[in-house]
Structure formats: structure tokens, C-alpha cells
Design a protein around this ligand. Structure first.
Ligand SMILES: Nc1ncnc2c1ncn2[C@@H]1O[C@H](COP(=O)(O)OP(=O)(O)OP(=O)(O)O)[C@@H](O)[C@H]1O
Ligand SMILES: [Mg+2]
Length: 428
């Protein structure tokens, strides 16, 4: 098999499934992100089989095997060899904060160069590591610029070429324990895949399912997986808040298994086939059958009961997320997008609308070409986003595309800060 240039592979390491998307880069970059026209070549998936818990690698061998399988699937479908990939970091040990810093422009005309913007972002990372989350054993994963104030007068997403004496940067920092990242790296490398970049899962999901316009206007994204719900808040084109709640679709199934006195597998089947998260959507006299644990004959239940159980779980988890977001919600319009396997649950967007008082859509990746039918499901939101992120990561064309140049620079900065964080760790 060949290894053609211009391919992008995203590997989403999930608690239920490892998912892969193989896409082709467009030949000439077009104007907007949506029109970047990633061509989907193939998708793959393999069960994580309890080797990933709450998004974190707990059994290296199991994850290596799942990655190998999921990569082989795309390789065989597309007839190519995958050498490297962009990989998600979905760990519940991941942390994030917003930070700011300022620098002076010392050149005679005070003309701001790209290197100044770089310094400004660096200045937002506390030198002494600041908060505990930026000190060892944590490593910096991303330093994502939000905006820059020039001389306290004007703000912009890229001040390159402006004149001013001082730049103040506002940056979203994401960190993760080094050991978590190393385990992930080892597990993926074990399958013969080089990691091009580790990417925080909520950031990837944001690139996967949101339009540039949504990220600009403001939106709350929930990626509802099996054991985690990844939370991302975007506004003015940048990530403002990212977090994780350690609960997802598996909790719904667990509640059902208890309520219906059946096995996890039967409860999962019933949830997917008959599940609705808004009880009032179910006619009173609808019934379904499920096997009772310990064998025997299937038992008939009212479908309303199933919906009641699911609605209670949905309300409880969504209320926790709403409370966790707290004042962050005041900064964005009440627009929400649900993605991830859990977003397939019928009626979940209705309950979300009730809990948040927001306009809510459930969906997967949009604006794809090629085998888009394979990757448009919400389950592939994160894996697809890893490919989009990968495209931006590779297209560092500073002069031609200011916005993406800036976000790419952010990533470059993220990389170097990780090294800085590594040096800090060694120095202490
Ligand atoms: N049709 C459906 N109806 C209801 N729930 C569904 C449906 N399809 C999938 N799910 C749920 O989606 C969850 C898995 O989502 P996903 O595949 O995104 O998780 P993951 O990425 O492997 O895990 P995580 O992100 O938590 O690490 C499971 O709990 C599953 O029950
Ligand atoms: Mg997931």
C-alpha cells in the first residue's frame, strides 16, 4: 500500500469506541473553513473494550489494538497506508483556564510583527506555572489566542501589522497531566501511528460540527459520549471555555438496566430502539418488550416508563452542566449544538432546550464531500474535527489567511509552550 501526501487521519479515542476518519486535503485552499471541502475517504471504528475510562487510556494494549483495527479499516477501504494522525485528548484529568499577559513593542515605529504576537501569547502563560494546572505534573496542550488589545484601545484577533506600544493577549490554556499524554502517545505509537498533534477533544468537536459563523456568534457545544460529556463554548471565533463532565450515554443505559431489571446489553438495545428523552413525546399506550435479567421470557413495559427514566437522567446531567457553566452562559447567546453518540437519543435536544432555555440542534459534521454519508453521524463529530484541525495545522500560510494564521500560530505556540512547560518541569 502507498502513503500518498495530502491525507489526513483523525483518531478519536473514546470510552466506547476508537473512531478513525481518513480524509483528503483540498488541492487549493478556499476562502472559508466550511468551504475547505475535506473529502472523506473512509471511516473506521473498533471497541475500546474498557481500555478507555472517562476518555483516558487505562489499558495500553487494549487501546493499541483498537487503534490498529480502526486504522486498518480505513486503510483497507481507501487502499492507502496511514502513517500519522491527529489524536483526541478526552481525559477527565484535562484542565483549562483563561489567562492574559502583556508585552511592549520596542521597535522604533512600534510596528507589530508576528513574532510580537507570539511573545504576547507566551506572556499569558504564567512564568512560575501560576495555577497548579500549569505546573508539573501537568503539561500545556494548547495556548489558544482569543483576542489582543493594542494600547488598551482596540481589540483584534490578529494585531500583526498594527502599530502600538503594548499588546495585551487573552488566551485559553489547556493542560493535561504528562503521564496521561504519554500513555496516549504510547498506545497510539504502539499501533505504528505517529502522532502529528494531540488535540483537546472539545476543540476538535468544535471544528467537526460547528460552522465558523456559529463559533463567531457564540455557541455551547456538548459532545455526549459514553462516559463523558465534553463541553466547549466558542465566541468571536475562539474557544472561551472547555470542560468535561464525567457522565454520558452509559449512565442512561445503567439507569434503564436498573429500572427494567435487565442486563446492560438489553437496556442498551432498548434505549437505541425505543428510547426517547422527553416522556410527553411517547403515546400513553406504547409498549415494548425486553428480556428480564436471569433469562426467562421477555417482559412487556410501557414505553413511557423508559422515557421517564431517560428524561430524569437527561435533566440531572444537563442541569449539572448548566450549573457548572454558571456565568459563562451569560457571555454567549442561548444557542447549543449536541453531538457525539449520545446526541442520537430522540428528544434529547428538547430536554436540553427546556433545561437551558436555548435553541438546540443535534447533529454531526457538515460541509463534507466524498463519502460524507459515512461521517455525517454525530458519533463522528470529534474524529472529523481532528481532520479539520489537521488541515489548519498543516496550512500555515501567515500572510494570506490572517484568521487561520493566527489560530495556527496559536497551535505552534501551544507546541512550543509544551516544550517550555517540559523545561519548567525539569528545572523544578
Ligand atoms: N441511537 C442511539 N440512541 C441513544 N443513544 C445512543 C445511540 N447511539 C449511540 N448512543 C450512545 O452513545 C454513547 C457513545 O457515544 P460515543 O461513541 O460518542 O462515545 P465515546 O466517544 O466512545 O465515549 P467518550 O466520549 O465518553 O469517551 C453510548 O452510551 C451509546 O449508548
Ligand atoms: Mg467521545
Amino acid at each position: 500500500m502507498t502513503r500518498p501526501a495530502g491525507l489526513l487521519c483523525g483518531i478519536d479515542i473514546g470510552s466506547d469506541l476508537v473512531r478513525t476518519v481518513l480524509a483528503r486535503m483540498p488541492e487549493a485552499p478556499s476562502g472559508t473553513e466550511e468551504a475547505m471541502g475535506l473529502e472523506v475517504l473512509a471511516v473506521g471504528q473498533a471497541e475500546s473494550r474498557n481500555s478507555v475510562q472517562y476518555g483516558e487510556v487505562v489499558r495500553l494494549g487494549g487501546v493499541t489494538e483498537a487503534v490498529r483495527q480502526a486504522v486498518e479499516e480505513v486503510e483497507q477501504a481507501a487502499g492507502v497506508e496511514v502513517g500519522s494522525a491527529f489524536v483526541s485528548v478526552g481525559s477527565r484529568t484535562r484542565r483549562s483556564i483563561n489567562s492574559s499577559g502583556a508585552i511592549s513593542i520596542l521597535t522604533p515605529q512600534h510596528r507589530i510583527a508576528e513574532s510580537d504576537v507570539y511573545r504576547a501569547v507566551m506572556a499569558a502563560v504564567p512564568r512560575d506555572g501560576g495555577t497548579a494546572w500549569l505546573r508539573p505534573p501537568y503539561e500545556l496542550l494548547h495556548a489558544l489566542p482569543q483576542e489582543f488589545w493594542v494600547d488598551d484601545l482596540d481589540s483584534t484577533d490578529n494585531p500583526t501589522g498594527w502599530t502600538g506600544e503594548k499588546i495585551e493577549s487573552h488566551v485559553h490554556l489547556v493542560s493535561c497531566p504528562a503521564a496521561t499524554l504519554h500513555r496516549l502517545e504510547e498506545a497510539v505509537n504502539g499501533a505504528g501511528i505517529r502522532i502529528e498533534r494531540l488535540v483537546a477533544a472539545p476543540l476538535a468537536a468544535g471544528y467537526g460540527v460547528l460552522t465558523g459563523e456559529e463559533r463567531q456568534d457564540g455557541v455551547v457545544l456538548l459532545d455526549i459520549g459514553a462516559m463523558t460529556t465534553e463541553i466547549a463554548v466558542f465566541r468571536h471565533g475562539a474557544l472561551r471555555h472547555s470542560d468535561l463532565m464525567p457522565s454520558g450515554g452509559r449512565a442512561y443505559t445503567r439507569d434503564l438496566a436498573l429500572g427494567l431489571k435487565t442486563s446492560h446489553a438489553h437496556a442498551e438495545q432498548a434505549k437505541r430502539r425505543y428510547g426517547v428523552a422527553l416522556a410527553e413525546k411517547v403515546p400513553e399506550d406504547d409498549h415494548f418488550e425486553v428480556h428480564v435479567s436471569g433469562g426467562g421470557y421477555p417482559k412487556q413495559w410501557r414505553r413511557r416508563l423508559l422515557a421517564d427514566v431517560l428524561q430524569r437522567r437527561a435533566e440531572s446531567d444537563l442541569t449539572k452542566i448548566r450549573d457548572q457553566l454558571g456565568t459563562v452562559l451569560r457571555e454567549v447567546p442561548r444557542t447549543m449544538v449536541l453531538t457525539g453518540g449520545g446526541a442520537n437519543l430522540d428528544g434529547l435536544s428538547d430536554v436540553t432546550r427546556l433545561v437551558f432555555g436555548a435553541y438546540v440542534e443535534s447533529r454531526g459534521p457538515q460541509g463534507l464531500t466524498g463519502r460524507r454519508d459515512l461521517a455525517e453521524r454525530p458519533d463522528f463529530g470529534c474524529a472529523m474535527g481532528l481532520c479539520r484541525y489537521g488541515l489548519l495545522h498543516r496550512q500555515r500560510r501567515p500572510a494570506t489567511r490572517p484568521r487561520s494564521a493566527l489560530s495556527e500560530m496559536g497551535r505552534a505556540i501551544g507546541d512550543s509552550l509544551r516544550r517550555v512547560a517540559g523545561h519548567l518541569r525539569k528545572a523544578q
